[in-house]
Structure formats: structure tokens, C-alpha cells
Design a protein around this ligand. Structure first.
Ligand SMILES: Cc1cc2nc3c(=O)[nH]c(=O)nc-3n(C[C@H](O)[C@H](O)[C@H](O)COP(=O)(O)O)c2cc1C
Length: 125
């Protein structure tokens, strides 16, 4: 079994938030971008995001950035209309092993870019 389906990131989110719906990208299997059309797996994720005011994007730090799974989902955002999450708040939740916050900085920039494209506000916790 892939341990990351219930790894540190999933566990930390549960410790910090209550009453939320989880989409674990380790189980969804969104194919890499690009492709001939937006995969259903990605469309469903963006559709769900539209149903909520607050969307937490949690990712482990892998080699100084967000995980490949998270980046793939973000790249598929380019197939959505701009500002499709207007009025929502995107919360970046990034966990690595290193105590040096500069390691995580590019990861936050990518998720902020995701929020900017979607017309959502961006915060970290
Ligand atoms: C492939 C890989 C690369 C990693 N690279 C970093 C890194 O560059 N910086 C860091 O602080 N932690 C790094 N880590 C540690 C993970 O970010 C940390 O263990 C995280 O809590 C794992 O979350 P997960 O259990 O949800 O996958 C790495 C772990 C793995 C497996």
C-alpha cells in the first residue's frame, strides 16, 4: 500500500482542521498534464472546489517544492476558465522536514499562482 495515502500531510490536515471534505491526490490518479482533454478526475476536483468557500491545498515538500501530484492538479487548472473560484479562499498547507522556511517558499508561490488564476484569495497557515 502507498503510505502517502495516509502520510504526514493528510495527518497534519486532520490535526489542524475539522469538518472538511478531503480529496487525496494519492488515490485519485490524475494523469500528467497535458492531454487531449481535461481528464474527468481533474474536472471533478475543480467542480468540488466550486462548492466550498475555503479550499485547503495541502502538500508535502518533495525536493524543495510541492509534490508532483499537487503540481499536476495545478497544471490542469489551466483548462478551467479564469476566475472560476472568485470569492473563495485558498489556504496553502505545506509540510516538509526542514526547519528552514526558505525551502518551502517556491511551493507557496505556485499555490498563490493557482489562487490568482482562479480569482481566489490566498493565505497560508
Ligand atoms: C521524495 C521525498 C523528497 C523530500 N524532499 C524534502 C525536501 O526537499 N525538504 C524537506 O523539508 N522535506 C523533504 N521530504 C520530507 C517530506 O516533506 C516530509 O516527510 C513530509 O512530511 C512527507 O509528507 P507525506 O507523508 O504526506 O508524503 C521529502 C520526502 C520525500 C519522500
Amino acid at each position: 500500500m502507498d503510505p502517502h495515502t495516509n502520510g504526514n500531510t493528510a495527518r497534519s490536515v486532520k490535526e489542524n482542521f475539522t469538518d472538511f471534505e478531503t480529496i487525496n491526490l494519492a488515490t485519485v490518479k490524475v494523469p500528467p498534464f497535458p492531454g487531449p482533454k481535461t481528464p474527468d478526475e481533474a474536472s471533478k476536483i475543480f467542480e468540488k472546489m466550486r462548492n466550498y468557500d475555503r479550499i485547503i491545498i495541502g502538500s508535502p515538500v518533495y525536493f524543495s517544492g510541492i509534490s508532483g501530484l499537487t503540481k499536476t492538479m495545478i497544471e490542469w487548472e489551466s483548462t478551467q476558465p479564469r476566475d472560476f473560484l472568485t470569492g473563495r479562499r485558498i489556504v496553502a498547507f505545506i509540510r516538509g522536514m526542514s526547519a528552514n522556511p526558505s525551502v518551502d517558499q517556491p511551493a507557496y508561490a505556485i499555490i498563490k499562482n493557482f489562487a490568482d488564476y482562479a480569482g481566489a484569495t490566498f493565505t497560508t497557515i
